[in-house]
Ligand binder design. Structure first.
Ligand code: UDP
Length: 239
């Protein structure tokens, strides 16, 4: 990471990239970008560039891994070697295995897995360019890809982090803010039910700061949710 900037937030609350504390980075979502996947999505959030692909529901092999009453959800989060400044060694590592697990758990409550017994639903998230907040951006993209695959869902899952930077609580920290900030709170939710499906905290915050971070992240999720729905409407009509 480049040298730490003298300050990350100006006197008037403006951030390094010109955003206000409660502002998301520019967001763009496109549904249905891959021909061979059953569902897919491409997402840009600031400098993050992410592809999500969904395959299934499809018969699960080996058969002993099948669940007689529901689908098995599998999720793989992967960062391309060229997605970060210092080449990332290809293949899974502890971080990507953890992110894959929590992303699956963030999405599973939204899926009617019981409609698809004995099958697998495979979700792949490929980070092409990373600039902090990729686990949340991956969940947001995967959720659109699941809907694009026609999988029955209770709601879309939207996700974004909030953080503490120079003592300020900010929405959607970018790389420098994440790296030099004091804390990071990734959150995923089903906005229709106001139901949180992922909540993590890395770093230190007071209880009040944590509450403010959760409030900001939920507010960000509602904006992201609108964009997810817009992306689906653009492909399937309605807009
Ligand atoms: N990062 C990196 N190399 C790595 C892992 C992460 O450069 O091997 C960067 C990348 O920009 C990532 C950021 O650090 O988005 C923050 O990573 P973190 O583990 O907090 O996950 P994220 O915020 O992306 O969900």
């Amino acid at each position: 990471m480049a040298e730490e900037p003298e300050r990350l937030i100006a006197e008037d609350g403006t951030r390094l990239d010109g955003r206000k504390p409660d502002e998301l980075r520019p967001l763009r979502i496109q549904a249905g970008v891959l021909k061979r996947a059953d569902g897919s999505a491409y997402l840009e959030l600031g400098s993050n560039k992410i592809i999500a692909a969904v395959y299934g529901p499809r018969e699960l092999h080996p058969r002993h891994k099948q669940k007689p009453d529901r689908a098995v959800i599998r999720f793989r989060y992967n960062m391309a070697p060229f997605s970060v400044d210092e080449r990332k060694r290809p293949g899974p590592d502890r971080r990507s295995i953890e992110i894959s697990k929590l992303s699956k758990e963030a999405l599973e409550p939204a899926l009617f897995t019981e409609y698809y017994p004995r099958t697998a639903i495979d979700i792949f998230v490929e980070v092409l360019q990373a600039d902090a907040g990729t686990r949340c951006a991956g969940i947001t993209a995967a959720s659109v890809a699941l809907a694009d695959a026609g999988i029955e869902m209770k709601d879309l899952v939207a996700a974004v982090a909030a953080g503490k930077v120079d003592g300020h609580i900010v929405l959607d920290p970018m790389y420098y803010e994440d790296g030099y900030g004091e804390a990071d709170v990734p959150l995923a939710m089903m906005p229709k039910y106001d139901a949180i499906t992922l909540l993590q905290m890395d770093g230190n915050m007071t209880e009040d700061e944590f509450k403010e971070a959760v409030r900001l992240a939920k507010k960000g999720c509602k904006i992201i949710y609108r964009e997810q729905r817009r992306a689906l409407k653009r492909k399937y009509g309605g807009e």
